[in-house]
Design a protein around this ligand. Structure first.
Ligand SMILES: [Zn+2]
Length: 867
């Protein structure tokens, strides 16, 4: 699963430029805190995210004991859209796992169970607390299969649900706009099984260590498309305008990976060519208006399947790979076997894709088809066996498709995600046996930290051993559940090394090293002494064993020194020849550690030019340019031409460090970059600088060229900057762009309107929020902007907007629902301000009547929160 919490954090990270604008341009002192990540962390925290126990809790979250082996699950379903119910018949074929038994115990959440049969015999059952215990007609041994038939009704809307920040609900089966009351939302049905919600829509053993093959007969009106796991075996039109689609998956998988999707989707066909030349179906299910963009969004999928199959040495194991985008999704994306669900954030047009694509998330879900779907973590405690690999696939894809700099850059963001998550919610073991709630497992540890740990292991063992070992792990555990020891044993088998030291400190302990590197250069004996101190709290975290490669640059070039840090403090004496020029403490740039380094400015500058990793070059720009030295200034000029876009952005951000001729040279380069750089983030950064540094007249000349940029990011950056110089011109441009079918552009315009004192934009906001262009979290961003905008408007606007907020208070879902009260409180404060203004105006004769009117509106808004 791609964590929605991570997605939100990522969006906030990427949208920081806009959010910053909102907070610094407003005149209100008490800014809504919706836009800052800390408030979201708090919000999430109150939900269910973890807190670290002071001492070991006396719970142990072991894997579910297997009493019964599921073998095959056959479902026949049809829907009552008006009641949001599903009528189902389940044929469950199973056998006792080892010990003979005369009963089968199933999870069945909030259902109505009509009857249970075995052949023609009606079976007795007990249904209580979401557990269905069926008494078989006799005792069965492990050699004997039986098939029971359960006639039931699934009632997802009639259950009490909880849900976490990662998965904001656990209804299992979702009816979206089932009565078609919202004309902007295509009616649809979809499912979300992970963690244990599949048992809301079919009786099963809802545990990750259960596996079963599957088939589903879905009856729907003929206008609907359906999607499920496996192959579409047949599609039979009935006489009454209905159709039965039969989906079948012969290979077993865990019940949480079962999926159904129904709606008037368009199916865009693509394919992947297997090594034997056969074609495998790769389809994209999207709403009709997104049909033209489906291949722009998902088109890399076949390449990814090929790349991952080859990289792993295990061919994609399933019979098809379909992806579907649904509305009101409760997580980011989900790896249901061969039928992956995405939230509507995935909808992006060609221009939007220039600024940001969803390839990382596509890769993540695809990689789960080996790690999660083929080999499944046996318990939620071992979740990292699924999520660390899915997370690391993002690195592998970036590395292959866009180069190692892009991979390292994103890895840095992933590591930061772990640090932030651990900071906010505390540290715990990676394989975590004493969580309070299984949903806590979907955090920065299982995903981000797990991914970085795999990268360290790869760096240590080398690519050949690393990929051979995970191939072995996959082959040995295919179609089975696994725990982390199986992963360790596969690595040990291939490398020949006992790796308990690695797994003990990274999988069975918590925290990460905090390292201090310092150096002493003995220029006479030509020895560089590098001292390392582990200064994290060793009462809580281990003294880590860290094999690293230290690179030393001298007159003869680069020398790699392999050393192992495994004590609290130690010193490594490393010889060099001629002159010492530079040192990289972690040449592979792979450590997950909080590192403090001692280095000279010259060493920092030197490392930029040594073809080093992204992080070393970044460090060079940040630390080597602190003082305005000629070398530092030349470094900025050189870095403006770096091959990697993020380094060019960093260099642009250092423009203020340039002086004299270098400043002239730099500005000329940045001016060219604003119009011509291949990367839109670089162009946007350059636009920011030229607005600050060129004469207004010169800016006005190139402004129109910038407005014609293909990237919305660049255009909205230009608009925002122009609003500071010439608000009228900027508003005129914004008005022109209001009709763009781009969620990001609408968000950008909304934020410009909210930040600048304009009126008569209420219609724009209402159109945007009621329309279908805004996707994912952008809707929340525009809502925040509208609230901010209204805080500067008069009574009439606030009065007119009331019905919108009133509707929202009954219909809002997910994060909009969480943040709506803050928005309304902000409006109430604005009405208070208006009342204060009235009292300040002594000319008003009928003050009381006026104030009553305002108080009435204020009360109506307040009622929205209290109800
Ligand atoms: Zn995942």
């Amino acid at each position: 699963m791609f964590n929605k919490f991570n997605l939100l954090m990522k969006n906030i990270f990427l949208g920081a430029f806009i959010l910053f604008l909102v907070s610094c341009a407003t005149t209100k002192e008490d800014i809504i805190t919706i836009d800052s990540s800390p408030s979201i962390v708090e919000e999430a925290n109150t939900d269910s995210l973890l807190s670290v126990p002071q001492k070991k809790r006396d719970v142990y979250r072991e894997a579910e004991t297997i009493l019964t082996d599921l073998i095959h699950t056959k479902l026949e379903v049809n829907f009552d859209w008006s009641k949001s119910r599903m009528n189902g018949v389940a044929f469950i074929t199973a056998k006792p796992h080892f010990y003979s038994s005369n009963e089968i115990v199933l999870d069945a959440k909030g259902m109505i169970i009509n009857h249970v049969k075995l052949g023609k015999k009606t079976l007795q059952f007990l249904y209580k607390n979401d557990i269905l215990k069926v008494f078989l007609d006799r005792e069965y041994s492990r050699e004997e299969k039986f098939t029971i038939k359960i006639d039931y009704i699934s009632c997802p809307e009639e259950r009490e649900t909880s849900g976490s920040a990662a998965i904001t609900s656990d209804k299992g089966l979702y009816f979206i706009n089932p009565k078609g009351e919202d004309e902007n939302k295509m009616p649809q049905i979809w499912t979300q099984g992970e963690t244990e919600s599949s048992s809301v829509w079919f009786p099963t053993i809802d545990s990750p260590n259960a596996k079963t093959s599957q088939e589903i007969f879905i009856t729907v009106k003929d206008k609907y498309k359906t999607l499920s796991n496996g192959r579409l075996v047949s599609s039979v039109t009935l006489e009454d305008g209905y159709r039965v689609d039969h989906w079948k998956q012969d290979l077993p998988h865990a019940p949480y990976l079962f999926m159904m999707g129904i709606g008037e989707f368009k199916v865009v066909n693509d394919f992947y060519v297997r090594p034997d030349g056969s074609k495998m179906e790769v389809n994209y299910y999207v709403e009709p208006e997104w049909e033209p963009y489906a291949k722009d969004i998902f088109g890399e999928t076949p390449n990814m399947i090929k790349f991952f199959s080859e990289k792993l040495g295990v061919e994609y194991p399933w019979d098809k790979y379909n992806q579907i985008v649904v509305r009101d999704y409760v997580s980011g994306a989900m790896e249901n076997t061969g039928a992956v669900v995405f939230g509507d954030f995935a909808y992006k047009n060609k221009r939007e894709l220039l600024d940001e694509n969803s390839q990382s998330i596509i890769a993540h879900e695809l990689f789960h088809h080996w790690f999660g779907d083929l080999v499944t973590a046996e318990s939620w405690s071992n979740l990292t066996l699924n999520e660390s690999f899915a997370n690391y696939s993002q690195y592998l894809w970036d590395e292959y498709r866009y180069g190692i700099d892009e991979a390292d850059y994103n890895a840095e963001i992933e590591a930061d995600g772990y640090y932030q998550s651990a900071e906010a919610q505390g540290h715990h073991d990676l394989v975590w046996f004493d969580y309070d709630d299984k949903d806590q497992m979907f955090d920065g540890h299982s995903y981000n930290k797990g991914g970085r740990i795999l990268h360290m292991l790869r760096s240590y063992l080398g690519d050949e051993a690393f990929f051979l070992a995970i191939q072995k792990y996959l082959k040995q555990n295919s179609f089975k559940a696994a725990e982390f020891h199986q992963l360790r044993l596969a690595f040990e088998e291939v490398s020949g090394e006992d790796l308990n030291w690695f797994f003990n400190q990274w999988y069975l302990a918590s925290g990460h090293p905090s390292l201090n590197f310092s150096q002493y250069n003995d220029t006479i004996s030509k020895v560089l002494s590098i001292s390392v101190e582990q200064n994290h709290d060793i009462t809580k975290y281990p003294i880590f064993k860290l094999p690293i490669q230290i690179a030393i640059f001298d007159s003869e070039g680069k020398h790699i020194n392999k050393v192992v840090i495994d004590e609290l403090t130690e010193t490594f004496d490393l010889k060099y020849n001629g002159e010492l020029k530079g040192v990289l403490y972690d040449d592979q740039n792979m450590l997950l550690a909080d590192i403090k380094k001692e280095k000279s400015v010259n060493q920092y500058i030197y490392q930029y030019y040594q073809g080093s990793h992204y992080n070393a070059r970044k460090e060079s720009i940040l630390k080597g340019t602190r003082k305005k030295t000629p070398q530092g200034q030349q470094l900025i000029i050189d870095a403006l031409e770096d091959s990697f876009w993020k380094i060019r952005v960093l260099a642009i951000e250092k423009f203020s460090k340039l002086e004299g001729e270098k400043r002239v040279e730099g500005l000329q380069k940045i001016k060219d970059m604003a119009l011509k750089d291949v990367n839109s983030s670089v162009r946007a950064a350059a636009v920011g600088v030229i607005f600050k540094s060129l004469e207004d007249s010169e800016i006005t000349i190139i402004y129109n060229n910038i407005l014609n940029d293909s990237s919305y990011l660049v255009v909205s950056t230009a608009l925002r900057n122009m609003a500071k110089i010439d608000p009228l011109l900027a508003m005129e441009s914004a008005k022109f762009l209001e009709k763009e079918k781009s969620s990001k552009m609408i968000l950008g315009i909304a934020q410009i309107y909210s930040a600048n004192a304009v009126s008569d934009k209420l219609e724009f906001f209402l159109d945007a929020l009621n329309g279908s262009t805004l996707q994912g979290f952008d809707k929340l961003g525009v809502l925040n902007s509208m609230t901010m905008y209204l805080s500067r408007q008069d009574f009439e606007s606030l009065d007119k907007a009331y019905s919108f907020y009133s509707n929202l208070s009954t219909n809002a879902k997910g994060y909009t629902k969480i943040f709506l009260p803050q928005n309304i409180k902000f409006l109430v404060r604005s009405i208070d301000d208006l009342i204060d203004d009235i009292f300040g105006n002594t000319d008003l004769e009928n003050t009381n009547e006026e104030v009553n009117k305002y108080n009435d509106l204020k009360k109506r808004y307040l009622d929205l929160i209290s109800s």
